[in-house]
Ligand binder design. Structure first.
Ligand SMILES: [Zn+2]
Length: 494
C-alpha cells in the first residue's frame, strides 16, 4: 500500500517537473480542438511526436532500440532520432537548432523549429504560434502533386501533375535573362517535397517552390539557353505542360552534324540521257547517251580507285531514267555532290567548247537553248511525271531552295572549267546558268557539265576517242577532289 502510494507520488512529481502546458491544437476543418503534450526546457517548447502522430492520424513506427521514430505524413517519411538535431524527410536531411529529448519510447522535438520544417516540406497548411503555444492545422489538399521532366533533342518538357485542371487565366510564366523559368499558378498548392525530389534531367539545374497564400511560384533554373516557352493545360491526365525550346542541339553536336553534312563522302554521277532518250547525235552518228555513260564510268573509276568517296550512279547501263528521278536518287543516297554529264549540240556547227551550268534562270539565249534541248527529254516520259512549267518564276523558287548550295555549286563549276581547260584544247566557254530539270530538287551542290559539241565535227571526233574522254574524266575527277579538299579545310578551321 505504502509502496504504491510512494510510487504514484514520485510519478506525479516527475510529471509536474517535466510536463509543461500542452500545445493547443485547432483543426480548421471542423474547429475541433486537441492537445499536444509538451516539455518545457527553458530553451523552448518540446512536444511529443507520438501525440503528433495521433493528432495527424498518421501511421508511425517506433524503434525503441535505436531510439527512432518514423512518422508517415502525407506520403512522406519523417524520421526523427533521439538526442539528435537532424530530421530526415524522405531523403532530405534537415537540421533543427536543438536536440530532441527522449521520454520512455516517445521522442520530444523542439516545436518551433520542427513545425517550421514540416510546414515547408510536408504540410504547408500547418501554422505554429509559439507565443500562444497554438498549432493551427489547415490540412491542405495539394493540387500540384507531381513533376516529370523529359529531355528532348530540341528542348525540355516539364509536366506538372495536378489534381484538377487549372484555368488558363490562373497560370502565368516567363523566362528571365538570368536563366530561370518562372511559373505562377494562382490557387496552386504544390507538394514541394515531391517536386524537389523529382528527376531533373539534363536541362534543369534547380527548382525552387515558393508557396504564397494565393498562389505558388515554381522557379526552374535551366542549363541551356531557352529560345521560347509554351504552357498548356492537359485535361486527361490533368497536367500543366511546359515546353521549353532550346536552340536545336548543343554546339558540339551541332559541329558534329555540320561535319557529317559537309564531309564529302558520297558523290552522285549522272550520265545524261539513256535508253529511248539518246540525247544529241553527231554527224557520224555518235550518241550523247553513250559518251556521257562512258565519261561517268571513267570519273567513277578514278574516284573509287584513288579516294574513299562512295560513288552513286543514276544509271550504269543504257537505260531510260526519268529526269525527275535523278535528283531523287541523289538525295536518297545522301549524296554530297551531284554532277550531271552531257554533250552539247547546236545548229551552228562551228561552235565547239565545254561549259558548266548552274541551276538558275537562264541569262543568255544560248544558255536557254541548251536547257530547252536538255529538258526536251520530258516529252519522252510517261504521264506519271508531272513537270511544272519552267517559267522564270518557278525557276527562281527552285533556285532559292538550293541557295544553301549555290556558292559551292559555283566553286565546283569554276573548278571543273579550269581543270578541263588544263587538259583540253577546246575553247573554255565558262560557267553559265539555265533552268535544267535534272538539277531541280538535288539537296546538295550540283552542276551540269556540257563536255563538248557533238554538232561540231572536230569535237565529235575527239569525243569518240577514249583518250579524250579519259582527259575529260580526269578533269572532272580532279575538280571533285579539289572541291572535297577545300571543303574539308573549312571544316578543320572550325
Ligand atoms: Zn544532254
Amino acid at each position: 500500500m505504502n509502496k504504491s502510494r510512494n510510487y504514484i507520488l514520485v510519478v506525479l512529481i516527475i510529471t509536474s517537473l517535466l510536463l509543461a502546458a500542452p500545445i493547443r491544437v485547432l483543426y480548421r476543418v471542423d474547429m475541433r480542438q486537441d492537445k499536444l503534450r509538451t516539455l518545457d526546457r527553458g530553451s523552448g517548447t518540446y512536444f511529443s511526436t507520438v501525440d503528433l502522430a495521433r493528432i495527424l492520424a498518421c501511421r508511425y513506427y517506433v524503434n525503441p532500440e535505436r531510439q527512432k521514430i518514423v512518422l508517415y505524413i502525407a506520403n512522406h517519411r519523417v524520421k526523427i532520432s533521439a538526442k539528435s538535431s537532424f530530421i530526415i524527410i524522405d531523403d532530405q536531411v534537415l537540421q533543427m537548432p536543438m536536440f530532441t529529448k527522449v521520454i520512455g519510447e516517445d521522442v520530444y522535438v523542439p516545436a518551433e523549429a520542427f513545425f517550421s520544417i514540416i510546414k515547408r516540406t510536408v504540410i504547408p497548411g500547418l501554422t505554429y504560434n509559439s507565443k500562444r503555444q497554438m498549432l493551427d492545422i489547415d490540412i491542405v489538399n495539394f493540387n500540384i502533386i507531381g513533376l516529370a521532366i523529359e529531355d528532348k533533342a530540341n528542348g525540355t518538357i516539364i509536366r506538372l501533375q495536378t489534381k484538377d485542371q487549372f484555368k488558363d487565366g490562373n497560370i502565368s510564366s516567363f523566362i528571365h535573362d538570368n536563366g530561370w523559368f518562372y511559373l505562377t499558378v494562382v490557387g496552386g498548392i504544390a507538394d514541394s517535397s515531391v517536386i524537389v525530389r523529382a528527376d531533373y534531367g539534363k536541362a534543369v539545374r534547380r527548382i525552387l517552390v515558393d508557396q504564397l497564400d494565393e498562389s505558388v511560384q515554381l522557379a526552374f533554373q535551366l542549363r541551356p539557353k531557352i529560345e521560347n516557352q509554351e504552357v498548356y493545360l492537359n485535361r486527361d491526365p490533368a497536367e500543366i505542360v511546359i515546353t521549353l525550346r532550346t536552340p536545336v542541339i548543343d554546339s558540339m553536336a551541332r559541329l558534329k552534324s555540320l561535319r557529317e553534312r559537309w564531309y564529302l563522302d558520297t558523290v552522285v554521277l549522272d550520265a545524261g540521257h539513256g535508253g529511248k532518250d539518246g540525247g544529241a547525235i553527231g554527224r557520224y552518228g555518235t550518241k550523247e547517251k553513250d559518251i556521257t555513260l562512258d565519261i561517268v564510268k571513267r570519273v567513277g573509276l578514278l574516284l573509287e580507285k584513288n579516294t574513299n568517296i562512295r560513288v552513286i550512279y543514276t544509271r550504269e547501263e543504257d537505260v531510260f531514267i526519268p529526269i525527275a528521278k535523278r535528283p531523287k536518287i541523289a538525295n536518297a543516297a545522301n549524296g554530297k555532290l551531284f554532277v550531271s554529264i552531257h554533250t552539247n549540240a547546236t545548229s551552228n556547227r562551228k561552235i565547239r567548247g565545254f561549259e558548266t551550268y548552274l541551276l538558275r534562270p537562264g541569262k543568255t539565249a544560248d544558255a536557254i537553248e541548251v536547257a530547252t534541248r536538255e529538258n526536251a527529254v520530258i516529252k519522252l516520259e510517261e504521264q506519271e511525271n508531272n513537270y511544272f512549267e519552267l517559267s522564270d518564276e518557278a525557276l527562281i523558287m527552285a533556285t532559292m531552295a538550293q541557295s544553301a548550295f549555290m556558292k559551292e555549286s559555283e566553286l565546283l563549276a569554276a573548278t571543273i572549267q579550269s581543270e578541263l581547260a588544263k587538259r583540253l584544247k577546246s575553247p573554255d566557254r565558262g560557267v553559265k546558268q539555265a533552268g535544267f530539270y535534272v538539277l531541280i530538287g538535288a539537296s546538295m551542290p550540283n552542276v551540269l557539265v556540257e563536255t563538248g559539241f557533238l554538232s561540231n565535227a572536230q569535237e565529235e571526233k575527239m569525243l569518240k576517242k577514249p583518250s579524250y574522254r579519259q582527259k575529260i574524266a580526269q578533269s572532272i575527277y580532279q575538280a571533285i577532289v579539289a572541291f572535297k579538299n577545300s571543303r574539308e579545310m573549312v571544316l578543320a578551321e572550325e
